[in-house]
Design a protein around this ligand. Structure first.
Ligand code: COA
Length: 320
């Protein structure tokens, strides 16, 4: 059995923080942030949470798919910033939606999380286990930012995006996925537990910490290789690809990937200008925006690519 995306949705917090707002507390400026990252503003959660954003995005995806919550067999939430350790964000979304026939669980692969969740759902559908899946990428990364670290705090925003993936007789779907835990130190956010009876408190901060240049080099090196690997696996030529929807970390990363693939920049849509890096939410938010704007036509071949902490990276080729 094949599978196709039949609906999309997204949700972002109301509060909008512009680049100039950072100048009140760190030494930075709008021009530096725009030229180095492509980001102009980002949404920051105040009353919103990871699960409320995930729920909003999921509700819209179900509406767009004209699908009732009870029809869903599987809910997967990709997040590395859940509100709680348990119940999972997926179970919280399931309860809010009333998706009582679904199994629900979270999956953590940072900025590659949505793709890994999409591929996992596809594998379930492809093997005949489930028929309809709701896949959500949701993160509130701004909770973990060190607002004194100008090299990282300007990059991130909060949000959620969702798709409904349904079993289909036709449809092209291929993916490749990778992880390299040995390089994990370059982008990390350690949890500092309180003293337990047996263990001492962990050293370090509970902030996101990043070696920016190392992460940059990792992305521009691995993403083009990963996409070439995917195209080979799918037996497809670059000319057949309508759009490359990449994780919206940084416009310079995307332009470098386009250049390395010898592809036109126009095939790499971007929206990090408005949202910053929303981690697992960035690809489904972009997909939803393009869908809402009518930019995606039936039969279009899309390549999605995610990369981030872990380190993790992967790409997926699918027929719209
Ligand atoms: N405003 C002004 N100056 C800043 C700044 C900011 N927000 N952040 C860093 N700088 C400064 C640095 O302190 C440094 O100053 P110095 O030369 O006086 O030491 C200078 O700018 C250059 O820093 P550098 O780290 O070399 O800049 P860069 O060109 O590598 O850009 C990033 C920094 C973070 C934008 C870039 O490395 C990057 O995008 N990396 C990938 C990050 C990412 O995408 N992470 C998520 C992946 S999922």
């Amino acid at each position: 059995m094949k599978a196709k995306i039949v609906g999309t949705g997204s949700a972002v917090p109301k509060y909008c923080m512009k680049n100039n707002d950072f100048t009140k507390f760190i030494d930075t400026n709008d021009q530096w942030i725009v030229t180095r990252t492509g980001i102009r503003e980002r949404r920051i959660s105040r009353e919103e949470t990871t699960s409320t954003l995930a729920f909003e995005a999921a509700k819209k995806a179900l509406e767009s798919a004209k699908c009732k919550a009870e029809e869903i067999d599987l809910i997967l939430v990709a997040t590395c910033s859940p509100d709680d350790f348990f119940p999972s964000t997926a179970c919280q979304v399931q309860a809010e939606l009333g998706a009582k026939n679904a199994v629900a669980f979270d999956l953590s692969a940072a900025c590659a999380g949505f793709l890994f969740a999409l591929n996992t759902a596809y594998a379930y559908i492809n093997s005949g286990v489930y028929r309809k899946a709701l896949i959500i990428g949701a993160d509130n990364m701004t909770r973990f930012l060190n607002w004194n670290d100008r090299g990282s705090c300007v990059l991130f925003g909060d949000g959620a995006g969702a798709v409904v993936l349904e079993a289909s007789e036709t449809g092209i779907f291929h993916f490749v996925q990778h992880a390299d835990g040995g390089q994990g130190r370059v982008l990390k956010c350690f949890v500092k537990y309180e003293d337990s009876i047996l263990k001492k408190q962990k050293e370090g901060n509970s902030y996101l910490e990043m070696e920016g240049q190392e992460v940059f080099k990792f992305a521009v090196k691995t993403v083009p290789i990963c996409i070439e690997e995917l195209l080979k696996k799918a037996g497809m030529q670059k000319e057949e690809i309508k759009y490359y929807l990449l994780h919206q970390a940084n416009s310079r990363i995307l332009l470098s990937v386009a250049k390395k693939l010898k592809e036109k920049e126009e095939k790499f849509p971007m929206n990090m200008e408005k949202y910053g890096n929303t981690s697992a939410a960035s690809i489904p938010i972009l997909l939803d925006e393009m869908n809402q704007e009518g930019k995606l036509r039936k039969g279009d071949i899309l390549v999605l690519a995610g990369f981030g902490a872990g380190l993790t990276w992967g790409s997926t080729l699918l027929e719209w």
